[in-house]
Each structure stands twice: as structure tokens, then as C-alpha cells.
Design a protein around this ligand. Structure first.
Ligand SMILES: Nc1ncnc2c1ncn2[C@@H]1O[C@H](COP(=O)(O)OP(=O)(O)O)[C@@H](O)[C@H]1O
Ligand SMILES: Cc1ncc(COP(=O)(O)O)c(N)n1
Ligand SMILES: [Mg+2]
Length: 531
């Protein structure tokens, strides 16, 4: 076994039987099993620690997490105000519900508030075997409140720890489990890890988050043979509530995916460090210890959730597509060109640079994004989904030979804008099925930017627009002499025009954009009069 031993050695044959049975069941249902952690822990109303941290950590690590709640705490960033233990027979009910139905890979325990609850858990684990048991021996919250009293210690030592693949005490918990020994240095932690290992768990991780006077965050891992001193930088933050629960859940999640124990522990520690660094400045609650952001999404700099609206098709009205060659020719930076186009009335910008390396393209994207955001204009990236992701731009525009819209959608998530270039009804239909937000239809007229691109003309544009389920922006050779004709057709779904040369292969981007904007306003008002 990858974990260095199956936990329930006395029920090994039962364990094997069950795995075979459940894989057969799965074949019958025709589905694929997913890695699954069962968290047996307490609820934290503030959602920084406990069951809530476990759910978030497993989700962040791509593992399914079911939950058995042992206790409900009224808790926030100040401390624990009240604890309401769930009756033992009801904990047993929850265990049975989950374990009799679902194929759990790893059980992770947190707050086990009474000897009775531990006994109920142990009983369930003899009935329903799992691949590994991760024990986080939660006793006192970081705020100093008691979550499991000293009466639990002997049951932990004598019955729970011997079953564990790994036990993950913090300094105070390690000391309590070992009868109150002093734990102040890394050497003390090594000693404690060895003594705890002698109680029966396959592996021990003594966590040093609360080690006094330590610059690094040092944890000691001991597998019975070797000690590993796992160090990471100590993040200066108040947001460390729930680090212990998260670390243990992440270890469980990695084990469920099939990692060996030491790898699981290393990945978990790196994950906690990354999440703390990311969330070091977020402010949730007024107490001394805040929660952190398991999904790395809440920071005010991550704008995905701060866009005012979802995609608005009327943003396609005057769609400016940059061209680095043209801007260079006229001696201006792409950012200056974008700023001028927005000032002139561009309603959406697509950054297009076929020559730049990824590094430069990303830098340009970030600078342009700052300009676009400050004016509430969406910024799309041409072709490069990686640059769109890294810059947190509002979306991408892809061609028929670029990444398919479905794949881009999976990578970018539901909020980002995806546009697809289409010439035919079939391509427009495919873009709709693939989850695109709009299509770019053309080339309507011939153009220097795409010399060998066959044009579809106004008739082709009309055909695609009429059949499209998505809003359309017309593209290809559109300028101030023909934009009016395009918009005055008044075809369904046509929301605007996309232009490259007519804005950027000109000396004065601001003036050209203003002129085109005025012309489009005029054309769309006369087309609505005709209708
Ligand atoms: N400020 C910090 N910076 C980086 N890692 C930390 C920090 N505080 C805790 N950790 C890490 O978080 C994990 C949980 O440790 P700890 O806080 O000691 O446990 P508990 O939450 O059970 O008290 C450990 O890997 C520890 O090294
Ligand atoms: C329900 C519950 N479970 C565990 C903890 C420990 O977390 P921490 O040590 O970070 O306070 C907690 N505070 N609440
Ligand atoms: Mg902690």
C-alpha cells in the first residue's frame, strides 16, 4: 500500500472484500468513482475551521468530502461562544448513512468531543473499512477554548491513535497526549514525534505553527524510521484560524487521490502556506484570528467576481481589436492605443498580438486591463487562454483553429466571456453548444490584416446572424465608409462591428474612434426607425 500499511490489519480480508464489491457496484452503475474523504468533525459557525474548513480544503484539492458532524459550535474570529454536542447515537446514524452507501477512501477526524463519540467511530470503522485514517487530535482551539476535555486523552492514546495512518497534533496537543511534557524547541518536537509513534500510529506529524520564537513554520514528520523537518516561511498574518483542520484534510485528500504519505504531507503543507500567503490581508471578522481563503479567490485584486455585470451583448457595439504592428508603426504603445480607443467610445477591447512572447503579452494584458477596468470596458485576449487566465482578463476570443470553446470554458469558468470566429451556420451552432457568449462573423469585406481569408460578404453575414443563437459582431474590412451599411441592415442578433485598421492603422486613434462611434449611433438609430 502506498500509505505504508493498511490501518485495520485485523480486518484486512474484509477490507479487500469490500473494495472488490464496491468496484463491481460501480461497474453496474457505469460511473467512475471519485476520490472521497469523510470528515468526522465539529461545525464552526464562522467557517474558518472544523467541518467547513474540511469541505473547502477537499474541494480546493479536487476531492469529494462527506461529513459527519460531532458537535455544533457557536464560534467566530473572537473565540468559541458555545458548544452543542450531537448525541452519540446520532453521530452513529450519520456514519452509517455515509459509510453504508458511499465508497469512502479516507476518514479524517477533527473535533471528537466525548469518549462515546470516539467509540462510535471506532465501531463504524470495524464495520465499514476504509483505506486510511487521518487523526487530527483537536482539543483546544487556538483561541484557548476547550473542544475535547482531558477525559478523552486515554481513549485517544489507547484506541484511536493505534488505528491511525497519521496523527497530526499541534504542540499543545502533542504535549497533552504525552502527559504534559514541555515542547518548546524543534528537538522537543522530534522527541514528541517519536514518543507518539510508539503509541501505534503509522506516521506522526507534530505541527509547529505555534512554536514560540520560530522564524519558519516547522513541522516534524516521523514514519518510525526517518525524521523529516518540513519547513516553510512563516506568513505574517492574523488569518490562521483553521490551519490545522485544513492541513489534515488536505493530507486526507492527497491520500484519497493515491499519494504516498510523505508526498501527501508535503503537498498539504505547501497548500496551507500558499493559501495563507494569498489571504494574508483579507479581513473577515473583528477578532484576533481570522479565517483564510481556501479557494484563493476572495482577494479584492481578483476581479472575476467584481465585474459589474455578466456579459452584456450591447458591449459588442464598437469592438476594438488591437494590432501591435500598427501601433508600433505609429509610434505608440498598445496601452496608449487602448486608452485612446476607450476614450473615443470603444465598448469592448480585444488584445491581439500574434508576435509577442507570452511574457510580454501578459505584461501588456495586465496594463491594458487596468485601463479597461477603470472605464468599465471588458478586455478580451485573442487566442491565448493562458494569458487570459494569468492576467484575469474578462475573457478570450478564439478562432476555428484555436482552443475549442468548450475547453476554454472549462479552463476559464462560467463568468468569463468567450467569443468564437464563425463563417457558417454550423460553426455558429457549434459555438453555442460549446458555451460561447458571442460570435465574431466575417470577414465581411476583404482586409489587409487577413489577406488570405475568404470573405462572406453582407449576404453571408445576414445568413449567419439570422440562424445564430448568440449575439454577433461583424468583422473584416469594416471602416467608416461601410460600417453604416452593415448596421443599417438591421439583421437579427447583429450587435456591432469589430475594427482593427480603421482605428489603429491611423495617426489619431481617439479621433477615428469618435468618428466611427458617432456613425454607428446614427446607423443604429436609423435601422431601429426602419424596423
Ligand atoms: N503563519 C504561518 N505561516 C505558514 N505556515 C503556518 C503558519 N501558521 C501555521 N502554519 C502551518 O499550518 C499547519 C497547521 O499548524 P498549526 O497552526 O500548528 O496547527 P493547529 O491549527 O492545529 O494549531 C502547519 O503545517 C504549520 O506549520
Ligand atoms: C469545530 C472546530 N474544530 C476544530 C477547531 C480547531 O481549529 P483551530 O486550532 O485553528 O482553532 C475549531 N476551532 N473548531
Ligand atoms: Mg492553527
Amino acid at each position: 500500500m502506498a500509505y505504508g500499511g493498511v490501518i485495520f490489519s485485523n480486518s484486512f480480508s474484509f477490507y479487500q472484500k469490500r473494495i472488490v464489491m464496491s468496484s463491481r457496484m460501480q461497474e453496474k452503475n457505469g460511473g467512475a468513482s471519485v476520490p472521497h474523504v469523510l470528515s468526522v468533525a465539529g461545525s464552526d459557525s464562522g467557517a474558518g475551521a472544523g467541518i467547513q474548513a474540511d469541505l473547502k480544503a477537499c474541494s480546493a484539492r479536487g476531492v469529494y468530502c462527506s461529513t459527519v458532524i460531532t458537535s455544533v459550535t457557536a464560534q467566530n474570529t473572537v473565540g468559541v461562544q458555545a458548544v452543542h454536542a450531537v448525541p452519540e447515537d446520532f453521530v452513529a446514524q450519520q456514519l452509517k448513512s455515509v459509510l453504508s452507501d458511499m465508497q469512502v477512501d479516507v476518514v479524517k477526524t477533527g473535533m471528537l468531543p466525548s469518549v462515546g463519540v470516539v467509540k462510535v467511530l471506532l465501531q463504524s470503522l470495524t464495520e465499514f473499512s476504509v483505506r486510511a485514517l487521518v487523526v487530527d487530535p483537536v482539543m483546544v482551539s487556538t483561541s484557548g477554548d476547550v473542544l475535547a476535555g482531558p477525559s478523552i486523552l486515554s481513549t485517544f492514546r489507547e484506541e484511536l491513535l493505534p488505528m491511525a495512518n497519521i496523527v497530526t497534533p499541534n504542540i499543545k496537543e502533542a504535549s497533552a497526549l504525552l502527559g504534559g511534557i514541555r515542547l518548546e524547541t524543534v528537538a522537543d518536537m522530534r522527541n514528541a514525534a517519536e514518543l507518539l509513534h510508539a503509541l501505534g500510529p503509522r506516521n506522526v506529524l507534530v505541527k509547529g505553527g505555534d512554536l514560540p520564537d520560530s522564524l519558519d513554520a516547522v513541522d516534524i514528520f516521523f514514519n518510525g524510521e526517518h525524521f523529516y523537518e518540513l519547513r516553510s516561511s512563516r506568513i505574517k498574518t492574523r488569518n490562521t484560524h483553521g490551519t490545522g483542520c485544513t492541513l489534515a484534510s488536505c493530507i486526507a485528500a492527497e491520500l484519497a487521490k493515491g499519494s504516498p504519505m510523505l508526498t501527501a504531507v508535503r503537498v498539504a503543507k505547501r497548500y496551507v502556506e500558499t493559501a495563507l500567503e494569498y489571504s494574508k490581508d483579507i479581513l473577515i471578522g473583528n477578532g484576533i484570528q481570522g479565517p483564510f481563503d481556501h479557494l484563493l479567490r476572495l482577494k479584492s485584486g481578483s476581479h472575476s467576481f467584481h465585474r459589474k455585470d455578466a456579459f452584456n451583448p450591447s458591449d459588442l457595439f464598437l469592438y476594438a481589436v488591437t494590432d501591435s504592428g500598427m501601433n508600433k508603426k505609429w509610434g505608440r504603445s498598445t496601452v496608449d492605443a487602448v486608452a485612446a480607443a476607450i476614450q473615443g467610445g470603444a465598448t469592448i477591447v480585444q488584445l491581439r498580438d500574434k508576435d509577442a512572447g507570452t511574457k510580454d503579452f501578459l505584461e501588456t494584458a495586465k496594463s491594458c486591463l487596468a485601463v479597461c477596468r477603470s472605464h468599465g470596458v471588458p478586455l478580451l485576449i485573442n487566442d491565448c487562454v493562458d494569458v487570459a487566465l494569468a492576467s484575469d482578463a474578462d475573457g478570450v476570443h478564439v478562432g476555428q483553429s484555436d482552443m475549442p470553446a468548450t475547453v476554454a470554458r472549462t479552463l476559464l469558468g462560467p463568468e468569463k466571456i468567450i467569443g468564437v470566429s464563425c463563417k457558417t451556420i454550423e460553426q455558429a451552432q457549434q459555438a453555442w453548444i460549446g458555451g460561447a457568449d458571442y460570435i465574431g462573423c466575417g470577414g465581411v469585406y476583404s482586409t489587409n490584416t487577413k489577406a488570405n481569408n475568404p470573405t462572406i460578404g453582407l449576404d453571408g453575414l445576414k445568413t449567419v446572424c439570422s440562424a445564430s443563437k448568440l449575439p454577433v459582431v461583424a468583422i473584416g474590412g469594416i471602416n467608416d465608409s461601410n460600417a453604416g451599411t452593415v448596421m443599417e441592415m438591421g439583421v437579427p442578433n447583429l450587435k456591432g462591428v469589430a475594427v482593427v485598421s480603421a482605428l489603429f492603422d491611423r495617426e489619431n486613434v481617439l479621433a477615428e474612434t469618435k468618428k466611427l462611434h458617432a456613425l454607428l449611433m446614427e446607423a443604429s438609430s436609423s435601422s431601429s426607425k426602419i424596423q
